[in-house]
Design a protein around this ligand. Structure first.
Ligand code: P6P
Length: 343
């Protein structure tokens, strides 16, 4: 019995090209850049999906049978994205959660109009337990006019994002992205090596029924954070409370479930680690891209006092408190922060 196929089989390539057609002046540069990124995602998916079987777990440094250096999965993901994106002439530079400094394009390759920020494998500490993990990315247009990209090209507000998305490596591999005209989800069909449209125009519910937060950190949160989570746990029929607690500890997995089912994710500033007074999550590689997706799907994202997309990054590795998901739940968090006089 042949595999039933949807009548309207839309691959990611076709979708990206159809998006390009909406911009008559488009050169195809942006499209080719996205297709290069998609290739990297497929290669990472292949390695992640066999992680339990092949020598791709654990620490880097040991040689495999071909005398290749076997890399940890997140180093592998970083390497695959870099090698997919460094030579196409679409980027002027890159920035990664895994790299302390800005990643230049090799001088032998042309420098393009875009900047790529990415977290190559977020949640990779979960891979040994076979928990879903993900790649998160966002794209800006460069601000400088030519040549190698600069920090100024990377440290841009989220409002300037032209494309953002994530790949979730779970029971199936999905790529979810937006070019500021809604959010679409594609599921990888490994038998044909194509991402196929499976979630057209994703809209997230205005009010959720799930909250995702690591309550083990509650002693280190602010009063507003604790009061907000307690509020979501307090029965009140009209607002659908108490919400269900769902926390995987892998941001892409928690976000993706909340995006589809309706929910709010909270990672506040916590006093647990004095080196991270703004909390654990990175502005450029986690908060900004997912805030872009959330807003494009009708949701919201704030740090409790302002939209994530309005925050001006100061350094490559700025961290930020993050409330992300259903619009009314994020607005309610902001109200709690105001009511308690700040985070
Ligand atoms: P905690 C994974 O390390 C990560 O960066 C995100 O994917 C996840 O949401 C968060 O950290 C989990 O952090 O402190 O709850 O373990």
């Amino acid at each position: 019995m042949p595999t039933p196929m949807p009548h309207k089989l839309v691959t990611l390539q076709r979708h990206v090209i159809e998006q390009q057609a909406r911009f008559p002046s488009a050169t195809g540069d942006f499209t080719l850049m996205l297709l290069d990124l998609m290739t990297a995602a497929k290669l990472i998916a292949r390695e992640v999906n066999k992680a339990g079987l092949a020598e791709v777990l654990g620490d880097a440094g040991h040689q495999n049978v071909q005398d290749e250096l076997v890399m940890k999965l997140d180093e592998f993901a970083q390497d695959r994205i870099y090698k997919a994106m460094d030579h196409g002439g679409h980027l002027c530079c890159m920035a990664s959660e895994e790299s302390a400094e800005l990643i230049p394009i090799p001088p032998e390759y042309p420098h393009g109009r875009y900047v790529l920020c990415f977290d190559p494998l977020d949640g990779s500490s979960n891979i040994d337990a076979n928990v879903s993990i993900g790649t998160i990315f966002s794209v800006h247009r460069r601000k400088s006019t030519s040549g190698p990209g600069t920090l100024e090209d990377v440290l841009q507000v989220g409002n300037n994002i032209v494309c953002a998305g994530y790949v979730i490596y779970g029971p199936s591999t999905m790529l979810v992205y937006s070019t500021a005209s809604g959010v679409s989800g594609f599921t990888l069909d490994p038998s044909i090596g194509e991402f196929c449209l499976s979630h057209e125009d994703i809209r997230t519910p205005e009010r959720g029924k799930i909250y995702s937060a690591n309550e083990g950190n509650a002693a280190y949160w602010g009063e507003a954070d604790r009061a907000y989570i307690e509020h979501l746990k307090t029965p009140e029929k009209a607002s659908g409370r108490p919400y269900s607690a769902r926390y995987i500890g892998s941001l892409v997995a928690d976000f993706h479930r909340n995006l589809l089912y309706g929910g709010v994710f909270l990672y506040p500033a916590d006093r647990k680690d004095p080196k991270k007074p703004q909390g654990k999550l990175r502005l450029l590689y986690e908060a900004q891209p997912l805030a872009f997706i959330a807003e494009q799907a009708g949701g919201a994202a704030s740090d409790g006092t302002q939209r994530i997309l309005d925050i001006v990054p100061r350094t490559l590795h700025d961290r930020t408190p993050l409330c992300l998901g259903a619009k009314l739940d994020v607005q309610l968090y902001d109200d709690f922060v105001r009511r308690y006089g700040g985070r």
